[in-house]
Write a new protein. Structure first.
Length: 384
């Protein structure tokens, strides 16, 4: 079988990758291992100076799109409201031509597009395609900002593409419901499958101690305010009022701390590091924090739970589908630093719960997201 994934966030040469890109990398490697062919059309990769590259058997095509006409349109008043839609169509046409070329060289059996995909494929339907929903810019903007007319035009085209897919996939049921609402109609065929993850051997994680002191808490996300950095920083202030000596915080990815924010001695701020290095570091931590203002199914949760680390997550998107309150972690009210601080203090005062919920989290992830089980479930889906 030859499967093509279209995902802008596929891992770049410099190590950067998006959450959905991590999923594509993991499942593609498994497909290659089982004798299938995989091609990935990704976003721009500035370190790749060729048309394509080989990533351990996965053929990867970075797309670089430049258009003077579109740039001029983006600067013209009134007309520029159509710029996002025109850019979407232009980028889609570039992808469409490339995919046709790849298909001519080696027949593609199925395409799994990411979210908005390629409008032209939905019109001509040259190759059967699925659509993987993981959280569009539109969906995110609805929860953190205001939607304007240009956003609505673009989303109408994207929803048309999604509605014509053979199957709509998402790791969270909530995300499917949200996009159906944006589409103003239900999709014909939908399925929710959690992301796959390589589960660490049990003997590696059985050494978690019951009563850690200090408790080590980490957060890992891109430097984007929608990831809830401000909420977390404010919660740290609350916790440090009475529990400064009981806890240590590790922040990965937030390189631009507010200059007015005085970083306490129990907070270490790290720049972005690649996934492999991050996984090696977090295995020594005790709690993960995911305070997103909106999110689908964050990879940080999967990675933490696979190492018996319970998660404190906000009550948005697909997070509560993974973080089961008081079972695999704690859920707190979105954007509430007080609620997040109280959740952290709960674990400080009840350290045995770290071990208990961490074990529950591991069992859940092992049962639902084990790579081999997840792979065969997806393979059955693609074959059908």
């Amino acid at each position: 079988m030859h499967i093509l994934f279209e995902e802008n966030g596929y891992p770049r040469i410099d190590g950067w990758q998006g959450g959905a890109g991590t999923y594509v990398k993991i499942i593609s490697s498994q497909l290659i291992e089982n004798g299938h062919q995989v091609t990935v059309v990704m976003g721009e990769d500035i370190d790749c100076d060729s048309v394509s590259r080989d990533d351990n058997g996965i053929r990867v095509f970075p797309i670089k799109v430049r258009s003077r006409i579109l740039w001029y349109i983006s600067k013209i008043p009134l007309i520029n409201i159509f710029f996002p839609m025109l850019e979407y169509l232009f980028r889609g046409f570039i992808k469409f031509k490339l995919i046709l070329k790849i298909n001519k060289e080696k027949k593609i059996d199925i395409i799994e597009y990411s979210e908005g995909g390629d409008f032209w494929q939905s019109i001509f339907k040259v190759i059967p395609y699925y659509c993987h929903i993981h959280g569009s810019g539109y969906t995110l903007k609805r929860h953190v900002s205001k939607i304007d007319f240009s956003d609505k035009i673009l989303r109408a085209f994207q929803c048309f593409f999604i509605s014509r897919a053979k199957l709509v996939i998402s790791p969270s049921k909530k995300m499917i419901q949200l996009v159906e609402k944006e589409n103003k109609n239900k999709f014909k065929n939908t399925i929710s499958i959690k992301y796959p993850i390589n589960i660490i051997k049990k003997d590696k994680v059985l050494n978690k101690i019951n009563h850690p002191n200090p408790i080590k808490i980490f957060m890992s996300a891109r430097p984007d305010l929608t990831k809830g950095w401000i909420t977390f920083l404010d919660a740290i202030k609350k916790v440090n009022t009475n529990y400064y000596k009981n806890v240590f915080f590790y922040l990965y990815g937030h390189e631009q701390i507010d200059p007015d924010y005085e970083i306490p001695n129990n907070v270490l701020v790290h720049p972005f590091i690649d996934r492999k290095r991050l996984l090696n570091k977090i295995e020594d931590y005790h709690i993960a924090v995911v305070p997103s203002y909106f999110d689908n199914s964050p990879n940080t949760i999967y990675e933490a739970m696979s190492q018996k680390i319970p998660v404190i997550g906000s009550n948005v998107g697909g997070i509560p589908e993974l973080v089961i309150h008081r079972k695999t972690g704690l859920i707190f009210k979105n954007k509430s630093a007080v609620a997040l601080g109280n959740a952290i203090i709960y674990f400080i005062n009840n350290p045995e719960k770290i071990f208990e919920m961490g074990n529950n989290a591991y069992k859940m992830i092992f049962n639902q997201c084990n790579l081999k089980k997840n792979y065969f479930k997806r393979l059955q889906m693609w074959n059908n």
